[in-house]
Every structure is written in C-alpha cells, then in structure tokens.
Design a protein around this ligand. Sequence first.
Ligand code: SF4
Length: 288
Amino acid sequence: MKQLVIISGKGGTGKTSLAACFAALEKERGPTPVLVDCDVDAANLHLLLGGEETSSRPFFGPELAVIDRGKVTDQEKCETSCRFGAISGLEVDPFLCVGCGVCRLVCGEGAVSMEKREAGTIYERDTPCGKLFHAELDPGRSGFGGLITALRARGEEEALKHPGSLLLIDGSPGIGCPVIASLTGCDLVLVVTEPGKGAFHDFERIYQLLRFFGMKTRVVINRADLDPGLLRETERYCFSHDLEIAGRIPFNDLFRQATLAGKPAVELGDERLNRILGEIYRRVREEF
Ligand code: SF4
C-alpha cells in the first residue's frame, strides 16, 4: 500500500479540489483508492465526492478530570495543582482541562478520577471514487492529532484489504500537530501553493517541516498566472531547494464550479484543465 498526502501551508489553495480530482483519476486508473480527509476542522472532500454515509462512530479525546468534592480536604492544593487553571471552586472547566492527570497525582485523598470524553465523530462513506473516511472534531475540543491518527488507521485498514490500492490523504492545513499527524509514514507529499505573498510564506514554512522529516515532496502551483513575479519567486525557491514542480494550474473558474456541482473538476469535461490535471497526476503517479 502506497500513501500520497496532499497538503498546503494555508487553506484555500485548492488542495481539496486537487485531492478530489486525483481520487477520480485514480479510480479511473484502478484499483479504486481509499480516501482519508484529515482536515478534521473543516472536512469537505465528501462534499466534492458525494456518495452515502455508511457508518459513524464516536472518537474519544484526552480524558477529563472529575472531582469528588466530598473527598477533598485541601481545596487550595487541588486548585493550584492545575497549571492550566482548569480547576476553580472544585469544578473542572472542560475547555481548559487537557487531561494531563496531574491533579489526580497531587491529590492524596483519591478525590480525582479521569473520565473518557467524546471529542468528535469519525464517518465512513461510500463515494463514486472509493471509500472515504472523514471526521469532525467537536467545537472547543482538543485531540486533533489523535483523531487524525485514528482516521488514518481506519483508512490503512481498509486499503490493506485491497492490494495495490492507493491511500490518498487530503491533509490538514498549517504546520502544526494535525499536519504532522497527516504526513507520518506517507510515501510522497504533494504541496499545493499559489503565487501570493501569504501563500509563499506558508509554503516556505511547510517545506521546512517536510525537510526536517525528510519527506519526498513534489509541488503544484495553482492559479499560476495570477502574479508572474511571485510565480518566479516560488519557482526559484523550488529550484534552489531541488523541489520538483509537478505542474502549474492556470487560474480558472472550474474548481469553483465543481464545488457548486459537488463533483471533482475533472468530471466537468473541460479539455484544457483535464489535460493539465492528467499530466500532474501522471507525474505524481510515476513516483510510485
Ligand atoms: S487533568 Fe491536568 S489539566 Fe485537567 S484539571 Fe487536572 S491538572 Fe488540570
């Protein structure tokens, strides 16, 4: 099983649109891929791929401290034990408690216990382009990394049932814990960027992260004709870091139209876009 993750330093670069197109092209090539949407903050690959939700299951994040007030003999000691300020008036604030368990260790009276708490939901969906796993983290909950790891584990389990199938991952945006959890163990990373000041800054940051982890990386420049100066700057950066550019996609309205239509852009039948995307897909696929 090979794993391809598509990421971007920032949101809105067309990462999910490209992931949906890759899913459709991979399905056409065969065997059908297994898909994972690791953007648990704002999952939307399923909006582009459609299909039917087939199951859902709760995800349990970091535990929550629960205090038995009747057993507490030293309220101050209890409250000051928490460096996150989560305990006040012997009540635990569920939004501040990170489940570290220190208050339980500090308490000599056995007044604190740790309880499981639901932090989100994992969904499984049958789409025309393959089985998709996606998730939603509940508002205010922590546990991104754990949720993404759990999602990927479901995807890997499914992909192992179908020899030769590609695990195609729509990664999380940014450079923090969620994106690291999206990248771990992948065979190839495809970074989507665009010629913009903010995008270039975020691209440099994500590349530093990928270099730190020694990940094999290819780049796609979306809306490549928006700013020739910034395009050259992005290309120069790639050349000077030996980063191969898998392709450049000119600005077009088709990704937006595809989102409205709820389908991958390659299914809109635009010859020029399909040729460009087909070429990018072929170059990336050759890496496997
Ligand atoms: S488990 Fe950790 S974060 Fe939660 S209340 Fe106890 S000390 Fe604070």
